[in-house]
Design a protein. Sequence first.
Length: 277
Amino acid sequence: MSKIKLSKNFVKNTVKLALNEDLYPSGDITSNLIKNKKNIKIKLISNQNAIVAGILFAKLSFSLIDNKIKFVVKKKDGSFVKKNSIIATIQGKAQSILIAERVALNFLSHISGIATKTNKFVKLAGKKCKICCTRKTIPNLRVIQKYAVKLGGGFNHRFNLSDEFLIKDNHIASSDINKLVSRAIKYKQGKKITVEVDNLNQLKKIMGLKFDTVLFDNMSVHNLKKGVKLAKKFYETEASGNINLKNIRSVAASGVDRISIGSITHSVPAIDYKLEF
């Protein structure tokens, strides 16, 4: 499992890139029409129940535009909030706030969306089964998305291809499974070895090989239960493939140690936030 930490410098640089994307080459030509220096105070409000995530990204979106803006956090990252909850108050020049508004909300909406969806899976799976993300992330945003998963109560799987060995069906189709596992053991150096199977016959063929985790991919709950029963004493167990909020309970009830779900990073709805005077 990878360990994700977000440094303030990383967040700052990421927000700078986002602001540049929005403001290059001529700035906010509409907000620049405002010539007065009027100060306003507004509320950042959630339009739905959510797990708040991405507060620092939102805060820096404003302060990098105008360091005199006061951003007061009312709900920290990882907090559950109900619809119409005040997440923060923002005070400063109207022009500056309007320039930063969309970038701040984009970060907050997306990161909160991942945390919120993850938390739904976590609650349904129960305490005995870990919910993990995958490498199915938006390029260059992986560290942010995996951070959001943790805020939702989930766990991070591999961050990249060097974190652990994951021998999947296409690897096995291209080589001999025994040779692949033997080579992985040779170069292990403390890294875990996971082998993927999609039926019980494949599982029986690899039983006895010295690896760490069996990954059951796209198996029916009926066969998954059988597979877990066979493998549990010898390996950690993991399930993946077409897992959703409707079937997560039955998959978790199979006794599997963890469930990896690509959809919690690659296809979650954003949380709706608004700025209100």
